[in-house]
Design a protein around this ligand. Sequence first.
Ligand code: GLN
Length: 539
Amino acid sequence: MKYIFVTGGVISGLGKGTTAAALGRLFVARGLKVTAVKIDPYLNIDAGTMNPFEHGEVFVMDDGGEVDLDLGTYERFLDVSLSKEHNITTGKIYQSVIDKERGGVYLGKTVQIIPHVTNEIKRKIVTAVESSGADVAIIELGGTVGDIESMPFLESVRQMSMEMGGRNGHRDCLFMHTTLVPEVGSVGEQKTKPTQHSVRELRAIGIDPDIIIARAERDIEQDIKKKISLFCNVPVDAVISAPNLPSIYGLPMWLEEQHVADYILRKLGLPLGKPELSKWEAFYSRLEHPKYFVDVAIVGKYTELADAYISHIEAFHHVGAETECRVNTKFIESEDIELKGAEKLLSASDAILVPGGFGSRGIEGKIGAAGYARESNKPYLGICLGFQCAVIDYARNVLGWERANSTEFDPGTPHPVIDLLPEQRSVSEKGGTMRLGAHRVLLEQGSKVASLYASTEISERHRHRYEVNPELISDLTSGRLHFTGRSEDGRRMEVAELQSGDYFVGSQFHPEFKSRPGRPSPLHLGLIRAAIRQKYGSV
Ligand code: GLN
């Protein structure tokens, strides 16, 4: 297996994960098997306990891992399903080292960062990628070079590169460093100094970058590439311009034009080959040349940060390419709906999505959004909490159970239509204790969702503690509301549909996590198709 270690310099948030994932696509397009690992140097065991407002969406894997959103980018670009081992954090490393120390594994030794922590890091990287059978493993180190927290990880990958043949000999690995080339002044001069500094910092810890990905507002000019090459000790062909593009899905083609994949393959001693990108290009071209335009209101509480809902936004891109539709997502703060009313804030949108969420802030606004969609026949998709809100609205405003609620928000409600999962009652720890990961769902023959999935048996990812109260199901389904998806044992309600109306669907699971270019989330697809039909007539 060949390793590509991806580091970042100057500032965080440069999109090094996206660039690395797009590069990975170029290897996939050459018939290679690619896997990826994301290293997050924070002390949390996983992203599950992190606030989406600070850190963006918590991505969920098939095996229930709650991980960094970059893993979602890798899954989408590489078209693979990864597991929780592919997200390594300082928390996980320290937990295993301390467990080993307590278990007497290091008996007699002083346990130190080098070699015990670094060995554990190396072991976890190798274990994560080994079973994948991949030809190429992309190992992305989160944070920026120079951060105190990143040090043990950089040291570990430095050791790995030495063990894989050293600096001058045959190499089974290489280093790709992502930096920022800012533009200053009225003429927008591109400045290389920050790149020089971050490469110097990297070299001081014994890592010589093989490739520099220069992130910039605009394409990097040739003389700037030459300057970076000269100061940073990499050939000019290995300085790659990565400007802001209209869509990240154009990135593989942009990188291919600079022959970066061939450069890497040659360095790693892998056979060169022509990439088969025609499907990806067709996907991108449909995305960029829409016939239809719809606005979707995403009603949430982290609306200032698009990253908090990134898998939904990507799912809408996938749907957009499928339907030749530009899906403009508009974030609506659910608390604003409480103040100003749903109609005022949502009537201009062609469809409504209420995504997952936790906690009571803004909940009435979300319930109001579901109610507005139900009454006005505006296409509605509720995911997880959005599904629960649709059930609460129905109970309150159709069945007349005025104080119906989820016990998450009103433990004393006389109509607990949403209640804690029985197995959650004794759970007190927060991390990794929800109902998580892929579970099978049985869809009712003839339902809207079964036709969207073209199947009555599906597997989708979950992340929740509450569910539709099984005791109230017969009351809830006496009218227009039907539960058309259930867990295998039939006890858990997984999908709700309103029988009349254009599209009113809720799911307890999160179809956005498995949405891919060429294979969009069926439920997002249904939402946008309904919005296009309403806006443009039958298409
Ligand atoms: N808070 C709800 C629950 O725990 C919904 C979770 C979610 O939307 N991911 O069931």
